[in-house]
Design a protein around this ligand. Structure first.
Ligand SMILES: *[C@@H]1O[C@H](CO)[C@@H](O)[C@H](O)[C@H]1NC(C)=O
Length: 250
């Protein structure tokens, strides 16, 4: 068999060899669908960035008279379907004065899809901070009967004022044959294998990055005294290999 014939066979046998960046963004808003609720804002900023300006700057402001949710996110469509194995990378930075105590949940990235029954929008995996700890989760079952597993990221103490890199690697399966992995600042902090990572419904999920101050809504109020919150984002990528999603490597 000649190389031209052999190559597709090899690629099919080793899908990891088909390296591909499916999506990249260097901190610009153009071409992105955005969502800002209440007093949330999305901007391009040159005051801080990962390697070159601009970066995205997501803000939210607490309002005690408002009872809705607090999303300030950008949406990347078609981020996964059943059977996909993909890596999602981004860099983020909390401002130096970020208040960690008392801990409350601030979501920083999530996968979500619209549904026409039981839930209008259902997030599957989320990635969030509570104080200086970081967490992710896997959702399985079905949209009408959801099972959620929460995973603390091992050995992580989140710091403010520094850029951090995140890579989420997932094999999206509704039975126990998937995986969910996370790297923070180049170090692996989660490796869950042989787990279900999504619900039975095979619909296209979005990947969203941004500040979603979900604790303010879910806890029916803000903890602490920092009602104005900002998070910077840069170098967002979706790829079929970990390296191509890594903000340090593209
Ligand atoms: C898991 O689901 C996949 C895709 O639907 C299927 O091909 C596979 O046989 C299932 N594996 C197990 C162990 O049930």
């Amino acid at each position: 068999m000649g190389l031209a014939l052999l190559l597709p066979t090899l690629l099919a046998a080793f899908p990891g060899m088909r390296a591909e960046q499916i999506f990249t963004n260097r901190g610009t808003l153009s071409g992105l669908e955005t969502q800002t609720e209440h007093n949330g804002e999305l901007k391009e900023s040159t005051s801080s960035f990962f390697d070159q300006p601009p970066a995205l700057l997501m803000t939210q402001t607490f309002d005690p008279s408002y009872t809705g949710r607090y999303h300030s996110e950008v949406h990347i469509p078609n981020a996964y379907r059943h059977g996909d194995t993909r890596f999602y990378g981004f860099a983020f930075r909390l401002p130096p004065d970020w208040q960690f105590d008392p801990p409350q949940s601030y979501n920083l990235a999530q996968f979500i899809a619209p549904f026409d029954k039981c839930d209008s929008f259902m997030p599957s995996t989320m990635f969030w901070a509570e104080g200086t700890r970081l967490f992710t989760r896997a959702k399985s079952g079905s949209v009408c009967d959801q099972t959620t597993k929460k995973f603390p990221l091992e050995g992580v103490t989140l710091t403010a004022g520094d850029w951090h890199t995140v890579i989420i690697g997932a094999s999206w399966k509704s039975n126990a044959t998937g995986f969910l992995q996370v790297w923070l600042d180049g170090k692996q902090v989660l490796d869950k294998r042989n787990v279900a990572t999504t619900v039975a419904e095979d619909v296209p999920f979005q990947f969203r990055v941004g500040l979603y101050a979900n604790g303010w809504h879910d806890d029916k109020g803000m903890k602490g005294s920092q009602g104005f919150r900002q998070v910077f984002y840069d170098k967002v990528a979706i790829a079929t290999t970990k390296d191509e999603a890594d903000p340090e490597k593209w």
